[in-house]
Design a protein around this ligand. Sequence first.
Ligand SMILES: *[C@@H]1O[C@H](CO)[C@@H](O)[C@H](O)[C@H]1NC(C)=O
Ligand SMILES: *[C@@H]1O[C@H](CO)[C@@H](O)[C@H](O)[C@H]1NC(C)=O
Length: 352
Amino acid sequence: MMKRGKKNPDAGDPLSNSDTRAGSSELNGMKPSMSSMKSMGILLAVLMVASVMFSLSVVLRDPPSDAVVETHAASRLLQISLHPGVDSDDGLSEKKEQLGDINHVSSFDKESCLSRYEGGLYRKESPFKQSSYLDYRLQKYEDLHRRCGPFTRSYNLTLDKLKSGDRSDGGVSGCIYVIWLNSNGELGNTMLSLASAFLYALLTNRVLLVEPGVDMADLFCEPFPNTSWFLPLEFPLKSWFNEQSLLRETGNPMLAYRHVVRDSSDLQKLFFCEESQVLLEETPWLIMKADSFFLPSLFSISSFKKELEKLFPEKERAFYFLGQYLFHPTNVVWGLITRYYRTYLAKADKRI
Ligand SMILES: *[C@@H]1O[C@H](CO)[C@@H](O)[C@H](O)[C@H]1NC(C)=O
Ligand SMILES: *[C@@H]1O[C@H](CO)[C@@H](O)[C@H](O)[C@H]1NC(C)=O
């Protein structure tokens, strides 16, 4: 831990150092809630314009060992991409008519999350289409999440098992979970980590539950229809989750805890080897703390390879598609983003 901390302070413990990071932009220094919404607005405005670039192809083609460097590189890319400017918004009104055919939107209430419908208007049309297999898997995932989501019968059953620590007839509910812990760090890292966790859930047929943290619910709409991805407040996280004791051993066969960091320490790498994954298969509740972009490392797990190739024929696009699928700013944030767009970006000459 200490060694890693020195080499890469950001990945060590974002809970304690995210606020004191030196040389950070206004994005980091702000307190959550409105100000982080504002920074989210700016970030996402940039994201929209640069969504093609934000495929992180650079990162995947030549993965550096340090996830924080990746994120900084990504945001630098974004900043650079901002300067050449974007198209005038002439096309906007015409495009409004084509809104009908956006994926996965029909089950949602439009008013509750405008960005899900309008986001496409602000993006340059992408030449890349997600594979039909990815469409299919996302659909399947949504079904799974609806069946296993918070307060469903299956969820209640599996939670009872956790409370009793009883593994007998463990698989009755058919639902296993990965709980992503919010480290309340920098927004960019949070999104990268969360998208990675979602892909992990997809690959392992787990249901992703997100610890809301201070502002997740204010920033992002629910991505899956007719269910919630937020871990219920009632979940006995606090009583189970004393990180120190979890790190040692929970003693509960229903639960495992992993701190996933992409770095060079052998302990962390263990998560990405075949044997660890096999061990985890039997554990219904996996609590995961991940503060970095570990998605590329999933490509190194041999049992995932075939599936990943089918999901992402071009693996550089993995984050691009997952990010677009998962992250829809809430209406408040969307208001900030569109205002920012109209003020600063709409008149630009070129969109990239
Ligand atoms: C979600 O709920 C709405 C209204 O309750 C319903 O019309 C819609 O069919 C549901 N969608 C799915 C996929 O279950
Ligand atoms: C699951 O448990 C919650 C409270 O613990 C309860 O409100 C809910 O109705 C239960 N769900 C089902 C399907 O029984």
